[in-house]
Design a binder for this molecule. Structure first.
Ligand code: CA
Length: 728
């Protein structure tokens, strides 16, 4: 232990005697003040602000976790080793903290000097004593619940950035809010929307780089035009904005990069529909190259023909883009899925690492996006160094290393005119659940999944892109037959893969019966932690993949775990909370695990003896059924309308995934006001208003379809797939 570390530990010991509130005040909230009186050495040492230099030097203070990926390399690797493969069996719950809303929890907390900052559903921010689990403050941005439908994939949030005495959150409704770390009061608030009036939502964690806080954009299923914005940390003023796809050609291009990108688009639909390419998750920074790296999502629509693009590459959708940190000027791009036709967002987390390839130490960027290939890029210039399949991927045979382009198997994968089963499907071979990298083992730990999906163009021929619902250019047909659903559910497989990025091959793997398992954490203690969709937190040995420990989580776990140290003791934390796109749309294929979405921060330590309350049981019996009063044609019309407007939240075939109400369980009282609910009567509860969207016959067709589905449920009760009871 060096002197500074020793001094810090002694100071922390002294500080632990102070009142809790005092401890918080010494956290990131205090600015460095060179004229501080000499009588406060403890405060001076502890009040060192979090800034870019401190995050970049994060390895010198392994007890802290200063950014969602821990340091700028985004490796999600903890150098701590007090918890290790030898003693992890003794890991127990130290404390848990219940967040307000039982929906998807996707945040990785950050910890600085004993204080944890994290977020829950609807972008609520929590500051928690990292040692005890006591709440220090809470900031609720009061996102309007009526806006819940403005994003594809639940009202989730993936965490905060900290720095310059503030905590930054990108709120679901598009606001970027700086909160004073010391007391949870608001410092400033700006709107990240660009004034175009397009649907917009934020779910990703911001990133602090120098005096800027970087924030992406969401909504590529909703006619959004993607961009990334940089705001001044002191004032919230917009410093720069980089658009990822071209806009209205009648207006000047925002950058030379946009002029370049426009040449890869044809027709008019692209800018009328927004184009997509949203930066909804990963943003990384390399202090050495001074470049910011981010991944972009699909185009609007997924179906290339519905955006008039039989051939165009459509830059910069489904790409990794690098821009200069201070100006947002284009540096390079690598498009992983040119002419994307499958929702192959390039938004899974980017990891920066230095690895030896052909005897040469290379500064690389590691990426395992939804499309199923593991990419190694030179992060100075974006040159492709290698790419191999880490999961079944039928859409392309391989990536041509000479051209850097995928060799697409259109016969197998082009569903733009006729239905095809494609692997991976839109859930992705690896989605946003963060992977990690251990420099000690040299392995990447990927929360992967095998998810072939049927993709099909619209049955409804008049379908046109609309605001407020998915515009994917097709239907996601899941048959109603429970036996077929069971087969589909059985074909989806989750997998934790330990991947060697040098040899481009799997070293070990662990299989799960479910997809949508959690992100991973690698530690110097030869451990990999991962939460699971079926409600556990598990530790494996990092080198061999032997299961060494597990704990119940009372809920499916999706978020990435992290680790930190307070007063010499190491903790491992993960947020539990089932939700996100899979249980929302997945319906019957997602609720096999029967987990309830209980959202909590779970923190473990060696010898921890805290316990969780009994799992929530809010199941209700099937209410008295309504009579089906429609003919087969009307029911088919209702089913079509449902899949294009309602299924994205209420589940395919109107089967709920356990996170939000299962419509087959509607009570007679709710049935009586069904049209009113569709028109916005429950918008304060998160049910968006569809007023003006449907005519009364269409509303009734949807209603009758739901009633028919409740009868189907009654018949199927007893089947292991459809037999799950509803959440209230
Ligand atoms: Ca997408």
């Amino acid at each position: 232990m060096n002197n500074i570390l020793m001094r810090n530990r002694l100071l922390k010991l002294a500080l632990s005697k102070l009142a809790l509130v005092g401890l918080v005040a010494f956290g990131v909230g205090c600015q460095r003040n060179t004229s501080a009186p000499a009588a406060e050495p403890a405060a001076a040492a502890e009040s060192k602000i979090v800034d870019t230099a401190r995050i970049a030097a994060g390895d010198s203070e392994p007890g802290n976790w200063l950014s969602t990926g821990r340091t700028y390399n985004e490796q999600r690797y903890s150098p701590l080793e007090k918890v290790n493969a030898g003693n992890v069996a003794k890991l127990g719950l130290a404390w848990s903290y219940k967040v307000d809303i039982d929906r998807g929890a996707e945040a990785t907390p950050v910890v600085v000097d004993g204080v944890m900052y994290t977020t829950g559903a609807y972008s609520i921010v929590y500051a928690i004593n990292a040692k005890t689990g006591e709440q220090l403050w809470k900031y609720d941005p009061e996102v309007q619940r009526s806006k819940s439908g403005n994003a594809c994939c639940d009202v989730v949030n993936r965490g905060v950035a900290i720095g310059q005495g503030k905590v930054y959150v990108a709120a679901f409704d598009g606001r970027v809010i700086a909160i004073n770390a010391k007391d949870g009061t608001k410092a400033w608030e700006v709107d990240a929307k660009d004034g175009s009036g397009r649907t917009f939502a934020l779910t990703g964690a911001p990133l602090l780089v120098k005096n800027l806080v970087l924030v992406g954009s969401g909504g590529a299923e909703y006619n959004a035009r993607g961009y990334i914005s940089a705001f001044d940390t002191a004032t919230g003023k917009l410093a720069w904005r980089f658009y990822t796809v071209p806009g209205d050609p009648a207006k000047p291009d925002e950058s030379p990069a946009i002029t370049m990108a426009r040449k890869t688009w044809t027709g008019q639909q692209y800018w009328k529909q927004g184009g997509g390419g949203t930066v909804w998750n990963t943003i990384a920074y390399d202090p050495e190259t001074d470049l910011i790296y981010f991944g972009t999502g699909n185009g609007v629509s997924w179906n290339k023909l519905e955006r008039d693009e039989p051939n165009g590459d459509n830059l910069f959708i489904s790409s990794i883009v690098a821009v200069k940190a201070e100006t947002g000027e284009y540096a390079w791009h690598y498009q992983e899925t040119p002419n994307d036709n499958w929702d192959y967002d390039a938004c899974a987390n980017i990891i920066l690492a230095d690895i030896t390839l052909d005897g040469q130490l290379r500064k690389v960027l590691l990426h395992a996006p939804k499309n199923g290939f593991f990419y190694v890029l030179d992060r100075k210039d974006g040159k492709l160094l290698s790419a191999e399949k880490f999961a079944p991927a039928t859409w392309a045979t391989h990536i041509d290393l000479k051209t850097g382009r995928p060799v697409v198997d259109q016969k197998v994968a082009d569903w733009s005119k006729e239905a095809k089963v494609v692997a991976p499907g839109p859930f992705g071979a690896h989605n946003w659940q963060p992977m990690s990298f251990s420099p000690k083992t040299g392995l990447v730990y990927i929360p992967a999944q095998e998810v072939a999906s049927m993709m099909a163009p619209h049955k409804e021929p008049s379908f046109d892109n609309r605001e407020g619902v998915w515009n994917i250019g097709g239907d996601l047909p899941i048959p109603a037959d429970p036996k077929v659903i069971e087969q589909i559910a059985a074909s989806l497989k989750g997998k934790l893969i330990a991947w060697d990025p040098v040899a481009q091959k799997q070293v070990w793997s662990q299989a799960y019966t479910n997809i949508w398992n959690g992100g991973t954490l690698a530690t110097a203690g030869n451990l990999v932690f991962q939460g699971t969709a079926d409600g556990r937190v598990v530790a494996y040995s990092a080198d061999k993949g032997e299961k060494l420990w597990e704990s119940p989580a009372n809920s499916g776990v999706m978020a990435g775990p992290m680790s930190y140290e307070v007063d010499g003791e190491q903790y491992v934390t993960v947020m539990a909370g089932w939700g996100g796109v899979f249980p929302l749309i997945g319906g019957a294929i997602s609720n096999y695990a029967k987990v309830r979405p209980e959202a909590r921060v779970l923190t473990f330590k060696i010898g921890g003896t805290a316990s969780l309350p009994a799992p929530k049981n809010d199941a209700v019996p099937l209410p008295e059924l309504q009579e089906v009063k429609a003919d087969a044609k009307t029911l088919a019309r209702g089913a079509d309308l449902f899949i294009n407007n309602c299924a994205q939240c209420h589940g395919l075939n109107a089967v709920g995934g356990g996170v939000i109400p299962d419509l087959r369980y509607l009570t007679p009282e709710k049935h009586a006001i069904f049209a009113g609910i569709v028109a916005g009567a429950k918008s304060d509860r998160g049910m968006p208003s569809f007023a003006g969207r449907f005519n009364p016959e269409e509303v009734e067709a949807i209603h009758q379809y739901i009633i028919e589905r409740s009868h189907a449920l009654k018949q199927a009760l007893g089947s292991p797939v459809e037999g799950a009871a509803s959440a209230k």
